[in-house]
Design a binder for this molecule. Structure first.
Ligand SMILES: Nc1ncnc2c1ncn2[C@@H]1O[C@H](COP(=O)(O)OP(=O)(O)OP(=O)(O)O)[C@@H](O)[C@H]1O
Length: 752
């Protein structure tokens, strides 16, 4: 004999009617079915014992195992007792207020789930309308209809009924539809069944007809443990749409969308024990798989680490449709149905463990309302909060408290504040406001403003300085370009001068190469290390300043000029900047730029060099050097130097003739035209003693440019002419060299 308590009415699961948000545990009730005739005939005494207070003891033959639930119903409990005490009435009330509520029965096959949820099969198949056998569904419908009629407002009730058979969703209210339905998901609604029939009803008879019609369409089969075993999970849903007057009496309405799901799960079964095979075995496999997924979801939901992560709702259609009921925003009641028989001890233990785990699931029930309604409720809460805050601040400031009659009737938050302030006398309470402390916000503001002004001034000064620097840089760049051009002109004049040719001969290609290759004693100077050369005198062959001063340039420029400090230009920088102090960059007061001034100071005028050179080395009408001539003034030098040069070329027979011969040679077909290449340098002609040497050097190209050499016959002709004019200077060595050159097929490849 078992003493199974009937349990206490379920009042746990504190659910707030407004917006929810408080956690609510899943309610779990256990119902034990009586031993059936087969079990009794076998002399089974049962293994369950219930001392009361929601506790059930399981005797496994060695010891008792205790489980605690919200309610425990013994085998003799009636359908009425179960309905009244399992807590389903509370769920119906919540559903009418807009919550999603779910009642589902689970347990092994033949444990009494269908009996508890819908009543015995005989209730529908035999046409027995015995009300005492009605299950939770019929009783819930009746209770809901009574509540709706008793409540004020407009209610619209409708129902859908589906089954999940072999992982296929079928509409039990539309049995003619053979195709399975699709489960979809949206952010707002969650999972739902597409195209599921939804039938409105207003009376108990209507909904009972829907229920009976659906049950008639359910898949049932017979096996060893149940003559009419449900082979599918079924979900009967009642949708409760309501519009009720706003409780504040302002004439508005609140729309709510509640629902009540009654789920009759297919029972788990051991194929070995039920003896299922073929189609039955396939059904059992699908049932067990979906129940296993349900168990996994429950396990994940009760695990604090997994709860915020992935819950495998999508692993089965059953869990998809129960997602909102499990760990969602719904209110859930689970009724675990168990068999007391000894032969079902293991399945009973599994069901109880399952139920114990489910009991630890926490939901956050939320009533579904329209967004407009949610906004109204949110504003009302805000008003309430602001009023409390206002009251608190007035008390702190010792202001008179405004009576509730001054509050606006419409309850809008914006007007609330102004009305409240308008409802009191402002002059009196403001005097009581304590003064700001010394380092108040005002002081801070003043300080920031002062700092801001100072920063602004600093910024404008920096901007003007930047603009000035930009102008100076531009000016210097232009000046630099101009200087470079002028220096090139000067160099051109110097290089074309017979005098310079003679001095440059000392700096032949070989000597310049040695300078660049580091053999020059000046190469180790800081100028070389920094790859800098003197800006002036400019030397296209990258002579270092020391080399220039040691050789030809020292002869050209006065010693005092060399003693002056000079600006330097980086070889790598095509637009060099002269590092001058900032104050020197400002334009001088006389109107001339400092750059001009600097240039005038640093650079001797061209006329100066011409004059000096002419004074030291007067041009020889025969192309050679002459004794110094009387000094010319500057203008005369400028006017005289170039015409005289042309004149000397024109009048000097040997020089002019050679030049003419050179020009002719260049224009002869088959000769290589002059190339502008910085890398390729033809070997110069062998050095000749002066004055023929000077003439040849005068014809040499500038370094870095390729000079078209006369053809070999022409060279021979030239040499013969030179020999004829200066027989004493033509030595055997020169002849040998000339013969060697003639033997070279390509002079450009001849190593210099
Ligand atoms: N509380 C009860 N009182 C009397 N008889 C019951 C009770 N519970 C179940 N039964 C009987 O036990 C048998 C099996 O019940 P039921 O079909 O409801 O089991 P089930 O859990 O739905 O099984 P399945 O999962 O196979 O559908 C039925 O004949 C039913 O009348």
């Amino acid at each position: 004999m078992f003493l199974i308590s009937s349990g206490e009415p379920l009042e746990s699961g504190d659910v707030r009617g407004d917006a929810g948000g408080d956690e609510s545990s899943v309610l779990v009730a256990v119902r034990v079915r009586p031993l059936n005739s087969t079990e009794r005939s076998q002399g089974d005494q049962g293994v369950l014992y219930c001392p009361g207070q929601g506790t059930i003891l399981v005797n496994n033959g060695v010891q008792d195992r205790a489980f605690n639930f919200d309610a425990v119903f013994e085998a003799g409990s009636s359908q009425h007792e179960v309905f009244e005490q399992c807590g389903v009435k509370r769920l119906i009330d919540l559903a009418a207020d807009g919550f999603s509520c779910t009642v589902f029965g689970f347990g092994q096959t033949g444990s009494g789930k269908t009996y508890t949820i819908t009543g015995p099969h005989s209730l529908f198949s035999d046409g027995l309308r015995e009300r005492s056998f009605y299950g939770l569904m019929q009783r819930s419908f009746a209770y809901l209809l009574d509540r709706v009629q008793a409540k004020e407002g407009d209610f619209v009730l409708s129902a859908s009924y589906l089954e999940i058979y072999n992982e296929q969703v079928h509409d039990l209210l539309n049995p003619g539809l053979t195709d399975s339905l699709t489960i979809r998901w949206t952010k707002n609604t969650g999972f739902y069944v597409e195209n599921l029939s939804n039938v409105e009803f207003e009376s108990l008879d209507s909904v009972m007809a829907l229920l009976e019609g659906g049950i008639g369409s359910r898949q049932t089969s017979s096996h060893s443990q149940n003559q009419q075993s449900s082979r599918s999970h079924s979900i009967f849903t009642v949708y409760i749409e309501s519009e009720v007057a706003h409780p504040d009496g302002r004439g508005g309405y609140l729309a709510r969308h509640g629902k009540l799901c009654m789920v009759d799960l297919a029972g788990s079964e051991r194929v070995k024990e039920t003896g299922s095979s073929g189609e039955l075995m396939e059904e059992a496999g699908n049932i067990n798989r979906s129940l296993l997924t349900l168990g996994n979801c429950i396990s994940a939901l009760v695990d604090p680490r997994k709860r915020e992560g992935h819950i495998p709702y999508r692993d089965s259609k059953l869990t998809k449709l129960l997602a909102d009921s499990l760990g969602g925003s719904g209110v859930t009641l689970m009724i675990a149905c168990i068999s007391p028989a000894t032969m079902n001890l293991q399945e009973t233990m599994n069901t109880l463990r399952y139920a114990s785990r489910a009991k630890r699931i926490k939901n956050r029930p939320v009533a579904k309302r329209d967004s407009k309604e949610r906004r109204v409720i949110s504003l009302e809460r805000e008003i309430k909060f602001l009023r409390m805050e206002n009251l608190f601040l007035r008390q702190r400031l010792q202001l008179p408290v405004v009576s509730r009659k001054h509050w606006p009737e419409n309850g809008e938050s914006g007007s609330t504040c102004s009305s409240e302030h308008g409802g009191v006398e402002p002059a009196e309470p403001l005097k009581k406001v304590p003064p700001f402390p010394k380092h108040s916000l005002y002081d801070l503001l003043q300080e920031f403003m002062r700092e801001n002004d100072a920063l602004r001034q600093e910024r404008s000064a920096l901007l003007s300085s930047r603009e000035s620097s930009r102008q100076t840089r531009k000016m210097l760049s232009q000046e630099n370009g101009r200087l470079m051009r002028k220096l090139e002109d000067l160099e051109r004049v110097i290089s074309s001068s017979p005098l310079t040719s003679s001095t440059q001969s000392g700096h032949s290609t070989e000597s310049m190469s040695s300078c660049s290759s580091g053999q020059c004693p000046h190469f180790s100077s800081p100028l070389h290390r920094h790859k800098q050369v003197a800006v002036y005198p400019y030397h296209p062959g990258h002579h270092c300043h020391g080399c220039a001063s040691d050789s030809s340039l020292q002869a050209l420029y006065p010693a005092e000029w060399y003693a002056r400090p000079r600006p330097f230009v980086s070889v790598e920088d095509p637009a060099p900047l002269i590092p001058l102090p900032h104050d020197q960059l400002d334009p001088p007061r006389g109107g001339a730029s400092l750059t001009d001034q600097h240039r005038q100071v640093e650079l001797p005028p061209i006329e100066f060099f011409i004059h000096e050179n002419k004074a030291k080395h007067p041009p020889d009408p025969q192309g050679g050097l002459q004794q110094p001539q009387p000094a010319l003034n500057q203008q005369q030098s400028v006017d005289a130097i170039l015409p005289r040069r042309k004149k000397s070329q024109a009048t000097s027979g040997s020089y002019a003739n050679r030049f003419q011969l050179m020009k002719e040679t260049r224009t002869q077909p088959g000769n290589t035209p002059p190339q502008r290449s910085q890398d390729r340098v033809l070997p110069s002609a062998p050095p000749l003693p002066s004055p023929p040497h000077l003439e040849t050097a005068a014809l040499q190209p500038r370094r870095g440019r390729v000079k078209a050499e006369p053809s070999l016959p022409r060279q021979e002709e030239l040499r013969a002419q030179v020999k004829k004019e200066h027989p004493r200077h033509m030595t055997r060595e020169h002849e040998r060299h000339g013969n060697a050159e003639r033997r070279q097929p390509d002079r450009t490849k001849h190593p210099s």
